[in-house]
Design a protein around this ligand. Structure first.
Ligand code: BJW
Ligand code: ZN
Length: 242
């Protein structure tokens, strides 16, 4: 049973800007594996072997194949009730911003309009030599080559790489301006993305965490809901809409 007291409900109802900061757990109920935890992909693959530029240069076929495999899963996935509830918040609140670490497009596909993608998007790719972009590349496992001969990589952020500056800057502004900051389905261990949660705390937002287990940030969230995002978010919306 959802425990939101009257004061929490009023706080959310009267908010003028709500931010949802999301991670892999947001899409778990759409059938997309998380990274860490018992069903995480990195219990099977080591991140340093795949999610970094050197790994790509040393073994581009293997890394490309891993992303092609995941791209196929993402393309066949559909937004879950959690994504849909977040998009539905737009119908009841003046401003709703989604800041996501996910590369799967599901927030946009659910109808969220302001979405900042901190770790890129698996549907975009670019040539590492001439920087030409290739969107919606086929689903072949074969490593594609650019017309200039350069290797084509997914436009995602690997370890040691900078986050897209405009997306991060706009996320920081939204975070420092919002009244309510939801943290949904993230282990909150990857930086600088996780630093936004601390920014939200310092700038006075009311922090609500939704996760199936406690995380690094549970101790300072104002409210923690232990449960699945796809179940909790529609229940919260039901209580605060109108
Ligand atoms: C549910 C649920 C359900 C499940 N409902 N909940 C030491 C200290 C601090 C920082 C560093 C450090 N050493 C190195 C760094 C920097 C590094 C970093 O943070 N490392 C830490 C891991 C230690 N960061 C970087 O390198 C970043 N860049 C950078 O710092 O640039 C500056 C720089 C430049 C040059 C030189 C040096 C520095 C870049 C980070 C890029 C991260 N990229 C990835 C891969 C993206 C592409 C891909 O998908 O392949 O992004 S890593 C991976 O982790 C992915 C995710 O977006 C990210 C975050 O994971 P997330 O979303 O939190 O998922 P999980 O799996 O961890 O958690 C899921 C959660 O959901 C769990 O809590 C579950 O319980 C929950 N859950 N089901 C609700 N149904
Ligand atoms: Zn090229």
């Amino acid at each position: 049973m959802l425990e939101l007291n009257n004061s929490d409900i009023e706080k959310i109802k009267s908010s003028s800007h709500i931010v949802f900061f999301t991670g892999a757990g947001m899409s778990a109920e759409s059938g997309i594996a998380t990274f860490r935890g018992k069903d995480g992909i990195w219990t099977k693959f080591k991140p340093e072997e795949l999610a970094n530029f050197n790994a790509f240069i040393q073994n581009p076929h293997m890394v490309w194949e891993w992303y092609s495999y995941r791209r196929n899963i993402v393309r066949n996935a559909i937004p879950n009730p959690g994504h849909i509830a977040i998009a539905d918040f737009q119908n009841y609140f003046p401003k709703v911003t989604v800041i996501t670490q996910n590369i799967d497009n599901l927030h946009k596909r659910a109808g969220s309009r302001e979405v900042f993608e901190l770790h890129g998007n698996i549907e975009r790719n670019y040539c590492i030599k001439c920087k030409t972009f290739y969107n919606n590349i086929g689903d072949s496992m074969e490593l594609p080559k650019c017309k200039c001969g350069g290797l084509i990589r997914p436009d995602v952020v690997w370890f040691g790489e900078y986050l897209p500056e405009d997306q991060f800057n706009r996320s920081e502004i939204a975070t420092s301006e919002c009244d309510i900051f939801f943290v949904v389905g993230t282990s909150a261990v990857v930086y600088p993305a996780a630093s936004l949660i601390y920014t939200a705390k310092h700038t006075g937002a009311f922090i609500i965490e939704i996760n199936i287990e406690e995380t690094e940030i549970s101790s300072f969230a104002n409210k923690c809901f232990i449960g699945q995002a796809g179940k909790i978010l529609p229940q919260i919306l039901e209580k605060v809409k109108d």
